[in-house]
Design a protein around this ligand. Sequence first.
Ligand code: GDP
Ligand code: MG
Length: 673
Amino acid sequence: MLREMRNIGIMAHIDAGKTTTTERILFYTGKSHRIGEVDNGEAIMDWMEQEQQRGITIQSAATTTYWKKHQINIIDTPGHVDFTAEVERSLRALDGAIAIFDAVHGVEPQTETVWRQAQRYHVPCVGYVNKMDRLGADFYSVLEDVRNKLGANPVALQIPILIESAFEGVIDLIDMREIRWDGNEGETMTVSPLAGEREKTAKEWREKLIDALSSVSDSITEKYLAGEELDAALVRRELRKAVLKRQILPILTGASRRNMGVQPLIDAIVDYLPAPDEIPPAVGHHLKKEQDVSVPCDPKGQPLGIVFKIQNDREAGSLCYVRMYSGSIKPGAAVYNIGKKKRERANRILRMHSNKSEAMDELSAGDIGVIIGMKLAQTGDTIGSEGWPVLLEKMQFPEPVISVSIEPKTISEQDKLKDILSILSKEDPTFTTRENEETGQLIISGMGELHLDVLVTRILKEYNLSAKVGKPQVTYRESISALAERNENFSRVIAGKENVAGLSLRVEPAERGKGNKYSCTVKNSEIPEEIYNAVERGITGAFASGIVMGYPCIDITVTVTSIIYSENGTEFAFEACASIAFDEACRAASPILLEPIMAVNLTSPHEFVGEVMGLVTQRGGQIFNMEAKADIDEIKAQAPMAQMFGFMTSLRSVSQGRANFSMEFSHFEKKKS
Ligand code: GDP
Ligand code: MG
């Protein structure tokens, strides 16, 4: 069963034909396997249809379909490739990918970015040159482009049949035959022998295929040297090995919109892309043993899976898309959220097809399904059992470094906005929200401009909220640069009752990056526990609201050295007193403003590297390293976030759109005034 399973993604530059090709794949596979008529009884929850009736379409993050006894799970890869966290998460869920190239444009900047991501995760790929019907389509120059720009080893498994430059079909170089498509929807494939005038070219290209293959396969080399016939099954088998090792990028071609070329592409998914147990086992971190462990793809093992996407459904709640890595989960079972250390119930498990969902009675290793019933789970969470607490993805909450304010037009919309934000934070746990105490504005902080842009667009468009959105701003931090002590007394009469508190504390700077630390050296059993807690609450609450500018505090060590408790001492008084004492002490401890410094990774074709580096230094960046790769240069730099607004636009314009960058938070540094 596992061997007949494929988890794949389709990667493409925008407009290369990802949607068209995916639809065609679902169409042909749906024809061969009448999924729409599977009898699911009342377990079917056709939420997609319901959503459509309500005027919203949720695009499934993973769709299952069948082809020649194989199950293919197609995982949606996000359109925004700059959105690293999401791309990487979807790359975790899939085992192989189709890279679509536009026959006219060849390798485009975005394709380069995705390609490098796939490379980093060692994802085996099959290439597909689409839009061969377009004027200016050039299959052979796309091959060159792939070799030169991506540094890949493209090997044509097909070449186009062009009659007076019109695309008629393909020559299959493995079976040495011609394929054409007929019928309204290209559902009929007509296979014919090679026509005489094309035989010579076909032989040349088959020769190249065998050459490439023999340089990585001994059995091909031996047979080839012995002059033996290379049968198609052997060629496919050896190709498969080479693709899994990423030694060869097999290339197919077609015109998806004209219904040409898609069936062989689906064959290639089955023939060359890996089954879940053919890739190296996942690595997780065992929380009790505090060491990394290997997670073999074994349906009989301990359950372990990752929530790689959450979609919100108004009726069903959170749809958690889970990729299982080990063991299995049954509907109704308790699942353990390993990072959050909380148990939840998997009420129902569904398999999503292109137009239906189907109840599953088990979700097991290697497979992908939707779990309904988990309320706490967030994208990126690992689920499993208490007996094997292994985290598949370290919960990393990147420091939010930029923010925007959102101000709805009415009070009722303000409440709606809060609801939307709580839904969105499940799907994407990497942004934070706070309310500006003075203005009442909601401030959303995220990892970068694009991140906030996508969030804001979703709030305004998807949820139809009308609101005023501020300009993106850097989220600074506040800290102190000296030691200070403070004795504080507090007394207030509220409703005829006296509230009294007194305490002393010390604040001192902590090492950069260590965070805030609270401790209390007072050990007096006559002081109630609630009072200690109130003091701590007062101070940790004050961390969030800043010192002078209202930015969150970091790297401050606070020690409470005495607590003066009397019979009029109340929790309220101690919380307030602690907060005031902390504020006053920090003000006296030479407060400073810290700014986020970003780690910036750039890639640039050799010819633009000078301009690209110039751009980084202009913006106050420092370059640490430059590495020349076959086709591009990789540059590592650091720069203050405040200087990086709009960087993408400048970068694209100095490099004809070909340089790329990604950026993540590195550390905080004292702001140069
Ligand atoms: P995506 O952005 O990668 O999802 O691309 P789409 O599938 O939305 O396609 C972008 C545009 O290219 C649409 O107008 C399609 O109709 C068109 N397109 C897709 N495949 C082909 C093709 O094989 N030939 C031609 N001429 N156009 C195509
Ligand atoms: Mg699309």
